[in-house]
Design a binder for this molecule. Structure first.
Ligand code: UT7
Length: 367
């Protein structure tokens, strides 16, 4: 049975930064309160012309560059997102088209902030089963579009960004060692974006009632998160036949520094073993774990052979953890340039649109 290795990683955040002081000019809050209660100092916010696919494409190309893999070699793209570009088509399909992943199947996965762990596990299982060789997993968000900038309970928390992993099959043991995924729909109300779906399709009333904004019972989510983070990590470690003593790094979902500190206490692990960057990005939902991983990799913190636990929680409610043995890129003989496929992808996309247009004209004549 092949192993599923993380061979590439990339991240992208939009340039504009929104500080706590900036937010304090919009709602009744202040830098000290936000830092004390969440650890967040600033977050990045997408420009008007940036979308989840825009951010994802940048992160994906970087991940493919690290893996030295051409987009045309990808068999599967899973995009985990809580702020999809549309209800349909899937954001993953927009990414597939823009990077030129001509043979990849692409779909979105919705498990909120746990989505990146769920998606990585799904891609790893597809590789382990032998049905595919190369997968791209992306977490991408422009949650700033769904935040009520008049609600101080939520608008201080979220930020925009994207992170991506390339997963590849290899006979060498390592890579994704175990994963656990959990859900509890009885907590669906605690964190929700109720408007715009089939239950509350957009109307003047839903707009008026603020149903198209993120709604959250912060205390409830906080209690849930502190309960599940440690437990899920232990469960995933046990499933891999490991203990916390074997672990070099924990990379948690970056929602709130206090939640991470509680998990560290539960696991009896020093906080220094936790990769933390919530201060710079806020909660980027599905993108937070890959962004934290990329930063740690770029700083040289992750060494080949390190055992890493990814752990997250989010709306649903959902939560999960994954144990990974860090491997790094598969050594390559020939250098490929994934970024160069973008131009080809644009041409390909245009040609396919034209073809469909001409087909439409011809079929009309036939009728
Ligand atoms: O990916 C999952 C996403 N969600 C989360 O991770 C959220 C988890 N929850 C949290 O992180 C925390 O519950 C929050 C950061 C959202 C809130 O922190 P808290 O310590 O639970 O505060 P609280 O809701 O208990 O509010 C304490 C006080 C309240 O005032 P009173 O009733 O004591 O007078 C709030 O009205 O702080 C007030 N408050 C604020 N004050 C200044 C709430 N938000 C703010 C604010 N600035 N932004």
């Amino acid at each position: 049975m092949p192993f599923a290795h993380i061979t590439g990683w990339g991240m992208y955040v939009p340039e504009p930064v929104l500080t706590n002081d900036d937010i304090s000019k919009m709602v009744d809050t202040n830098d000290e309160w936000i830092r004390d209660r969440t650890g967040i100092r600033e977050r990045h916010i997408a420009r008007e012309n940036e979308f989840p696919s825009t951010l994802a494409v940048e992160a994906a190309i970087k991940a493919l560059q690290v893996a030295n893999l051409a987009p045309t070699e990808l068999d599967l793209i899973i995009c985990a997102t809580s702020s999809p570009e549309y209800i349909f088509p899937a954001t993953a399909c927009l990414i597939q088209d823009q990077i030129g992943a001509s043979k990849a199947g692409a779909f979105d996965l919705l498990a909120a902030c746990s989505g990146f762990i769920f998606a990585t596990n799904m891609a790893a299982q597809a590789i382990r089963s032998g049905s595919i060789k190369n997968a791209l997993v992306i977490g991408t968000e422009t949650l700033s579009r769904f935040v009520n900038w008049k609600d101080r309970n939520t608008c201080i928390l979220f930020g925009d960004g994207a992170g991506a992993f390339v997963l590849q099959a290899s006979e060498i043991p390592g890579g994704i060692l175990s994963a656990v995924m959990h859900s509890d729909g009885s907590g669906a109300d605690s964190l929700t974006l109720p408007g715009g779906g089939s239950h509350h399709p957009a109307t003047e009333l839903t707009l008026h009632e603020g149903k198209h904004f993120v709604q959250m019972d912060g205390k409830e989510v906080f209690r849930f998160a502190t309960r599940v983070m440690g437990r899920a990590s232990i469960e995933a470690l046990e499933s891999a036949g490991l203990t916390t003593a074997d672990v070099q790094w924990i990379i948690p979902h970056q929602a709130n520094l206090r939640i991470i500190e509680t998990a560290a206490k539960y696991l009896k692990m020093p906080i220094e073993k936790f990769v933390i960057n919530v201060q710079n990005y806020g909660n980027t939902s599905t993108a937070s774990i890959p962004i934290a991983t990329v930063e740690a990799a770029q700083k040289g913190q992750l060494k080949i052979g390190d055992k890493i636990v990814f752990v997250g929680f989010g709306a649903g409610l959902t939560w999960g953890a994954m144990v990974v043995q860090w491997t790094g890129p598969i050594p390559a003989k020939k250098l490929v340039h994934p970024e160069q496929y973008r131009r080809f992808a644009r041409l390909r996309s245009f040609a396919r649109r034209m073809l469909r247009f001409i087909e439409g004209l011809l079929s009309r004549k036939e009728i």
